[in-house]
Design a binder for this molecule. Structure first.
Ligand SMILES: [Zn+2]
Length: 139
């Protein structure tokens, strides 16, 4: 933690407590559905694809590709204003889930960010309790 984290934090819910505990341990876990075989994000007990309750946790590789991105130049709230520009992104994980996140380790410039680029998860310990999974170009 280089600086005090001043942006809004996620509030773990019963269905996502495990996800946040694993993020704190620098592991990325997703929900997998045994009904339809798909893996999805965000974590919830009922599969968003087939509504099955036959779901379980599965550890993700942390690898994926960039599906879409935007470069934020005007922070949506005062807390974000000091942090622009930054990159918001949708990452298609190897397991099939699509995850909203932010990109780090790459210039927030369209010349440096490419749809389909290979990414890997990295963990940002923003507070004692919360670690945010972010993505960076794969090495
Ligand atoms: Zn399903």
């Amino acid at each position: 933690m280089a600086e005090a984290y001043d942006r809004p934090l996620p509030v773990p819910q019963p269905e996502s407590d495990f996800y946040w505990e694993k993020a704190k341990a620098h592991e990325l876990w997703l929900r997998h559905c045994n009904g339809c075989g798909r893996t999805y994000f965000y974590p919830r007990d009922i599969c968003p694809h087939c509504f099955s309750r036959e779901t379980e946790w599965a550890q993700a590789s942390g690898r994926g590709t960039l599906h879409a991105f935007g470069i934020v130049h005007r922070g949506p709230t005062p807390a974000f204003r000091d942090h622009v520009p930054y990159i918001v992104a949708l990452v298609d994980l190897e397991e099939g889930a699509r995850m909203p996140t932010t990109l780090v380790g790459v210039e927030p410039d369209p010349a440096h960010v490419r749809i389909g680029m290979a990414l890997e998860v990295t963990f940002d310990d923003v507070t004692e309790a919360i670690t945010l999974p972010r993505f960076r170009p794969a090495t």
